[in-house]
Write a protein that binds this ligand. Structure first.
Ligand code: CA
Ligand code: CA
Ligand code: CA
Ligand code: CA
Length: 138
């Protein structure tokens, strides 16, 4: 009888822990990709968005939040040169397509500018633990 009670209590505790765990899944940008698996935790780039976790340079930072094309940890004038070459068509580059529409446009430039003007911020934030490693294999 007592064993049955302990067993019942254990099952209840386990169920509670499971429920609590399920409720704690964080998806900061509500793009249906939990933060721990989201390569841009602050930008909606999930299955309902055109870029859907696209990360063309495979560094663990999604294109939606990665204007650091030379991977030096900052968004600088050097990166701008890369953007400009892609924008003008002189040197096409998939990394500069931030919204995943297949082209480098003024919309992509807005993403670049946000990082450039924000103290030359580097890529991210990403929720992947392999971020910064090329290739980033979660
Ligand atoms: Ca995201
Ligand atoms: Ca990237
Ligand atoms: Ca850079
Ligand atoms: Ca684009």
């Amino acid at each position: 009888m007592k064993l049955k009670l302990i067993l019942l209590a254990s099952v209840f505790a386990l169920g509670f822990a499971f429920t609590a765990n399920a409720g704690s899944v964080v998806d900061s940008d509500s793009d249906l990709v939990p933060d721990a698996y989201d390569n841009c935790t602050d930008v909606a780039n999930g299955p309902n968005d055109s870029d859907n976790q696209s990360d063309t340079n495979t560094d663990g930072f999604g294109n939606a939040c990665d204007p650091d094309y030379d991977n030096n940890g900052a968004t600088t004038t050097t990166d701008f040169t890369v953007f400009l070459d892609a924008f003008t068509g002189s040197s096409p580059n998939a990394d500069t397509d931030h919204d995943g529409n297949g082209a480098t446009t003024t919309t992509d430039f807005t993403t670049f500018l946000n990082f450039f003007q924000n103290g030359n911020a580097g890529a991210g934030p990403s929720g992947l633990s392999c971020q910064g490693t090329i290739p980033c294999i979660p």
